[in-house]
Design a protein around this ligand. Structure first.
Ligand code: ADP
Length: 164
């Protein structure tokens, strides 16, 4: 059984994340989308809201026989991977900046849990400039974000903005 986790903040999930996830499914039997509960950050969506949105959008993801689940976690990613019985951590790389960060994280995680391998997939070219942060900024300033994040997420962002 090849099991991986795909950890991240996912605040909110973008089509770039979904592209990485979908392209990872032929590589693993099971992937846990692991939503980081980081009390130091002020997120747009609570960890529960993020998990719920991801569960909903996963319904449209091609799985290629891979079992997809969503869980929240806090603390060390490597520890969560080990406790989940995963042998790999999936991450995405957009540009050189991501590479430097992902390399540091991968090396630290290997030191913490030598049996867990980090598997980095290159971003899809149409999403290589898409980040949760940039998408939120554009949305809050009234710009179009269609095609960059799932429709359901746009609807939830509109709800949030209405409430704010
Ligand atoms: P984190 O806070 O851990 O970086 P993110 O939710 O921002 O969490 O990202 C999770 C993973 O997805 C990271 O490896 C990040 O590089 C990758 N990622 C984010 N956006 C994209 C994208 N548009 N295309 C490919 N990978 C991406």
């Amino acid at each position: 059984m090849r099991k991986a986790i795909f950890p991240g903040s996912f605040d909110p999930i973008t089509n770039g994340h979904l592209d990485i996830l979908e392209r990872s499914t032929p590589l693993f039997d099971e992937i846990v989308v692991a939503v980081l509960n980081n009390p130091d950050k002020q997120p747009m969506f609570s960890v529960e809201e993020r998990c719920e949105m991801i569960r909903e959008v996963l319904k449209g993801v091609k799985r290629d026989g891979c079992h997809l689940t969503v869980e929240s976690f806090s603390g060390l990613t490597a520890e969560f991977a080990r406790a989940s019985g995963a042998s790999a951590i999936v991450r995405g790389i957009r540009a050189v900046g991501d590479y430097e960060y992902e390399l540091r994280m991968a090396l630290m995680n290997r030191r913490l849990e030598p049996s867990i391998e980090t598997v980095c997939l290159m971003a899809g070219e149409e999403y290589s400039y898409v980040s949760s942060t940039l998408t939120k900024q554009v949305f809050l300033l009234g710009g179009r974000v269609e095609g960059l994040i799932p429709e359901l997420v746009i609807a939830k962002m509109r709800e949030k903005l209405g409430k704010a």
